[in-house]
Design a binder for this molecule. Structure first.
Ligand SMILES: NC(=O)c1ccc[n+]([C@@H]2O[C@H](COP(=O)([O-])OP(=O)(O)OC[C@H]3O[C@@H](n4cnc5c(N)ncnc54)[C@H](OP(=O)(O)O)[C@@H]3O)[C@@H](O)[C@H]2O)c1
Length: 256
């Protein structure tokens, strides 16, 4: 299997780093010269990664094509490329819908939309895909957890919640800085906060069927967690999370 990436930015880098660590069988990965820092870094990691300075050449050399361009660039350049029916095309582009992808691609190739996230470089994290596709599901299951979606509109909800990565890191940063202000060394503050949240997330992932129960179980009556939760609710912290996700969803719907 030969894999081609159109766009060698942050998400291509994360996916390719994940592939290199995985059991995915591939003969070559073709990447574009764009973002030369990233493409050079990747090509140094494996002889099977080849840099081309021409997008069409990447297409002509590959079986699977990953579209990893920003929506604006995608709308400009995909229509100029000549795809083949045999291509399996996987689009990471956030806001170009399936019907528009089909118009831009023009041939009747299989197209799947996927939403990988940066932790895919560590072979971790969810990858929603639309429409369900066995091969693509198996591929991303080797890089994380594939979630198949039957209705394209549902994928917008996943996009909306994936906008919480930076806010999540900001929570870690905020708590870590608070410890530093109290006199704890930066290294220890970061280690403490990231280890704590990693352990909590891993625990939650195991018991993911019942997050509500976890919230309840982690509060001792009249204890610190109970108080913290009450204070944050009073301040509207959780309401604002859902409100924000709603605002992002609205934006995504507008760009449909
Ligand atoms: N980052 C994420 O976590 C994430 C997750 C899921 C999906 N996505 C989606 O994936 C897409 C890419 O995101 P990204 O974060 O990887 O963006 P990015 O870092 O800005 O990467 C975009 C890439 O496209 C390249 N490019 C621009 N014009 C090109 C052209 N004519 N031919 C070939 N390559 C060209 C850029 O090269 P230059 O730097 O040389 O301009 C860059 O390598 C977006 O649609 C985004 O919504 C991102």
């Amino acid at each position: 299997m030969r894999l081609g990436f159109i766009g060698t930015g942050q998400i291509s880098k994360a996916v390719i780093l994940g592939i290199l660590k995985s059991k995915i069988k591939y003969s070559k990965i073709f990447i574009s010269k764009r973002s030369p820092k990233i493409s050079k870094l990747l090509s140094k990691k494996s002889k099977k990664i080849i840099i081309y300075d021409n997008n069409q050449k990447i297409l002509d050399s590959s079986d699977w094509i990953f579209l990893a361009l920003t929506p604006k660039v995608g709308n400009e350049i995909i229509k100029k490329l000549i795809f083949k029916k045999k291509h399996l095309i996987i689009s990471f582009i956030s806001t170009i819908k399936m019907k528009d992808l089909k118009k831009l691609i023009r041939v009747k190739a299989k197209i799947v939309r996927a939403i990988p996230l940066p932790p895919i470089s560590l072979k971790k994290g969810p990858v929603p895909i639309f429409p369900p596709n066995r091969k693509v599901k198996e591929f991303f299951n080797k890089l994380g957890n594939t979630i198949e979606i039957n209705r394209e509109n549902l994928s917008l909800n996943f996009w909306a919640t994936s906008s919480m990565m930076a806010p999540f890191y900001e929570i870690l940063q905020c708590l870590s800085s608070w410890l530093v202000q109290k006199g704890v060394k930066k290294y220890n503050s970061q280690k403490y906060i990231t280890s704590l949240f990693l352990a909590l997330a891993e625990g939650a992932n195991e018991k993911s069927n019942d997050l509500k129960k976890l919230v309840k179980e982690s509060q001792t009556p009249k204890g610190l967690n109970e108080q913290s939760l009450k204070e944050l609710k009073k301040l509207g912290f959780y309401n604002s999370l859902n409100k924000t996700t709603g605002i992002i969803l609205k934006r995504l719907k507008k760009t449909k």
